[in-house]
Write a protein that binds this ligand. Structure first.
Ligand code: ADP
Ligand code: ZN
Length: 723
């Protein structure tokens, strides 16, 4: 096999990125060795690239199994803007389209095929696949969302179970399984169900360093704070609410406040939902207010904030939902609004459950969410802890690390609270205890004669919320217990008595009135923002012309780079991360023009020299990446026309590559390209006339000789004469 040029070069050429994300390189190397692979990476980790790049570097077709139609279309669109021949087959296509795509497959025009499992394994499709394997070859099966194969996962799909038969039918085709969620059990299941053979297993860290996590107490100012977050931010955002009703209410309020917003929940028709989703993806609307159902099939990489306006059901879903922010690795924000009344609502709904086991699990999960929300440790430490990953803390990118809450000694208050529990004979819940402490006058108090207790009214100096905060904290610190029978009766334990006997002090973290604003940069960044906005509208316009989401043209991060670097030549533009060869050719001029216009208006100097873009310096005698690709196909025995078709480039370009490759001493089978007798003749002419342009040579030789042939021989002649 041909020695591949540096993988980084291939990454830049096809996808425009400068560097691999953690893990990607190793995975791709394994994939190129045709190993079976199990890849576990968080959302936004960059899983797709792990099979997309090998698909381009290996001969044959890569078949990608994906469960959601929306995801398939999305990925195919993104690949196409990089000029990568990918397509999908699913139930949304009519018979005519299916047929033409199948033909393209058989002609070897497709490198990546996305397909749903049920179609892949259908009686109709398998014979076609056999044919593809015979004629073109199948390089890999990539199974996306592989946890769907397991009943132990959260998204079991019976169709995925059939996949094992693929292994039987094509035992020599390597399989690569990818997922963002996998417990040990699911992991083992994936390996077994898909029949992976000694797979190389890659588990990435679930820490998403670009996400800023914060929890805010949901007070009366919550809506104003929410509005602040939305206005502070230029990009897209998702706001999750617990119920349909709340979604509708909040949407209306935000619309009233002139925010570009739509809603998404089960009460809308399929059509409305998919319309709203598309408008969000295409940046026609900036904010989506949704129930948790939203976001599953969405790859939008530039979601800048995810706000949970209500409490999430459990930490795992909080991680997944908030993780829909910042897939592009750009700074993004995850805010959770936390209120005690939400806890009540959820507790109530848990108590409606009839299965005691289910109730218990839900309660435990709720407890974990509360722990997270109330926790004073690094948010990452708490979150990753639930996935069994140890994180040392001090992340520098969460509210607790950046603005640690002051800890106060509340021993006296704790003693008051606990003795009140004792005086009430451990038969009441938190609210009643607080009522007694604050000297309430309700019926429950008088009936039980709790107004006669020594602890009655000794806590008037603190508010209801403050006492609640203390109560919660005592529970978390294990200084107090609570029954799990749905009544949440407070009970004392040995530690409670230690506190009351003054053998133990109690400290709690007290939230200060938070005036935390989230800085995204300096004033210089604000200036650059003007240009970013212009580039953004240009991107939107181009995206609309092609009916694709804006992010498939360039990511936000690339727009940002453009505005920071302000390149003025195509060569510099091509160096930006996110600009691959195809996008450079396709969009380079347009974005450059916008940047130049901006600079002119700002009175900034213009740079005159313009070089042609090239991926290697001319003096460099090593082949460029694109030349090597041509060489590889040539060495596989493809003719010039076949290479041109497969690579979707012109035949003259192929010829130029080959002739340059000859000059660069690469192994080109010359006799396949130019018949030996013609070679001789052309050579003679060159010896006589010297290194001149092609036209006079062609005139001399006549119609039997093509420009291509002359160009090729001249390449060889130049090589010989240079020595
Ligand atoms: P996942 O499937 O793991 O959630 P994706 O494959 O969708 O993640 O990748 C998330 C985003 O990151 C995509 O928009 C992708 O283009 C981008 N990306 C992937 N690899 C890189 C890289 N090496 N450099 C920059 N961006 C990358
Ligand atoms: Zn932290």
């Amino acid at each position: 096999m041909l020695q591949y040029p540096k993988l980084e070069q291939a990454l830049k050429y096809h996808f425009g990125y400068d560097q691999f994300r953690p893990g990607q390189r190793q995975i791709i190397e394994d994939a190129l060795q045709n190993r079976d692979l199990l890849i576990i990476m968080p959302t936004g980790g960059g899983k797709s690239l792990c099979f997309q790049l090998p698909a381009l570097l290996k001969p044959g077709l890569t078949v990608v199994v994906s469960p959601l139609i929306a995801l398939m279309q999305d990925q195919v669109e993104a690949l196409r803007t990089n000029n990568i021949s990918a397509t999908f087959l699913n139930s949304s296509l009519n018979a005519f389209k299916v047929r033409s795509r199948e033909e393209a497959l058989l002609q070897g025009k497709i490198k990546l095929l996305y397909v749903a499992p049920e179609r892949l394994l259908s009686e109709r499709f398998l014979p076609l696949l056999d044919l593809v394997k015979e004629k073109i070859g199948i390089s890999t099966f990539a199974i996306d969302e592989a946890h769907c194969v397991s009943e132990w996962g959260h998204d079991f799909r019976p169709e995925y179970r059939q996949m094992k038969s693929l292994r039987k039918r094509y035992p020599d085709v390597p399989t690569l399984a990818l997922t963002a969620t996998a417990t040990d059990r699911v992991r083992a299941d994936i390996i077994q169900q898909l029949g992976l053979k000694q797979p190389s297993i890659h588990i990435a860290s679930f820490n998403r360093q670009n996400l800023y996590y914060e929890v805010r107490t949901k007070t009366k100012t919550a809506y104003a704070e929410l509005l602040g977050i939305i206005r502070e931010n230029q990009g897209s955002g998702i706001i999750y609410c617990l119920t349909r009703k709340k979604v509708d209410e909040l949407t209306l309020k935000l619309q009233h406040d002139k925010i570009s917003v739509l809603s998404y929940h089960a009460g809308l028709t399929d059509d409305e939902r998919s319309k709203n989703q598309t408008r969000f993806i295409r940046d026609d609307v900036r904010v989506m207010v949704a129930t948790i159902a939203f976001g599953m099939g969405i790859n939008k990489p530039d979601v800048r904030f995810v706000i949970h306006y209500d409490l999430p059901r459990n930490l795992e879903s909080y991680y997944q939902e908030s993780g829909r922010a910042g897939r592009d690795d750009e700074p993004s924000r995850c805010t959770l609004f936390f209120s005690f009344s939400d806890i009540k609502t959820i507790e109530w709904s848990i108590n409606q459950k009839t299965d005691p086991q289910e109730q218990l699990i839900s309660k435990q999960q709720l407890r974990q969410v509360i722990d997270y929300a109330e926790g004073t440790d690094c948010r990452r430490t708490i979150q990753l802890g639930y996935f069994g990953e140890r994180f040392p803390g001090n992340c520098g990118n969460c509210d607790n690390c950046l603005y640690p809450k002051p800890v106060q000694d509340w021993t006296i208050e704790a003693m008051k609270f606990l003795s009140c529990v004792a005086r009430c004979k451990e038969r009441f819940g938190m609210l009643h205890i607080i009522d007694v402490l604050r000297g309430g006058k309700n019926q429950k108090i008088t009936q039980n004669e709790h107004d006669l207790l020594s602890t009655y009214g000794i806590g008037k100096d603190k508010t209801l919320d403050e006492w609640r905060m203390l109560g919660r904290s005592l529970l978390h610190q294990g200084l107090l217990e609570q029954t799990a029978d749905g009544y949440s009766v407070l009970k004392l334990n040995a530690l409670s008595w230690e506190v009351m006997k003054r053998q133990r002090t109690v400290s709690i973290a007290v939230p200060v009135a938070q005036k935390v604003t989230w800085e995204e940069g300096s004033t210089k960044a604000a200036e650059a923002e003007v240009l970013v906005q212009r580039l953004r509208s240009l991107r939107k316009q181009l995206a609309d012309e092609q009916s694709v989401p804006p992010y498939v043209i360039f990511h936000d991060s690339t727009l940002k780079l453009m505005s920071q670097v302000q390149p003025q030549t195509l060569i510099d533009f091509g160096k930006l991360s996110g600009v691959g060869s195809h996008k450079l050719a396709q969009y380079g001029e347009k974005f450059l023009a916008e940047i130049k216009a901006y600079r002119r208006e700002q009175g900034l100097p213009e740079q005159k020299v313009e070089y042609l873009p090239s991926y290697h310096s001319p003096s460099d005698n090593s082949p460029s990446y694109t030349e090597l690709q041509t060489l590889q196909l040539h060495q596989q025995g493809l003719s010039v026309t076949e290479i041109a078709r497969q690579r979707d480039i012109r035949t003259t370009t192929v010829i130029r590559h080959l002739s340059d490759l000859i000059q660069k001493n690469q192994q080109v089978d010359f006799n396949l390209l130019v018949p030996p007798e013609k070679q001789q003749k052309i050579w003679q002419v060159l010896e006589t006339l010297g290194d001149i342009s092609l036209t006079p040579i062609k005139e001399y030789l006549g119609d039997n000789y093509s420009y291509d042939e002359i160009r090729l021989v001249r390449g060889k002649w130049r090589r010989e004469n240079r020595k």
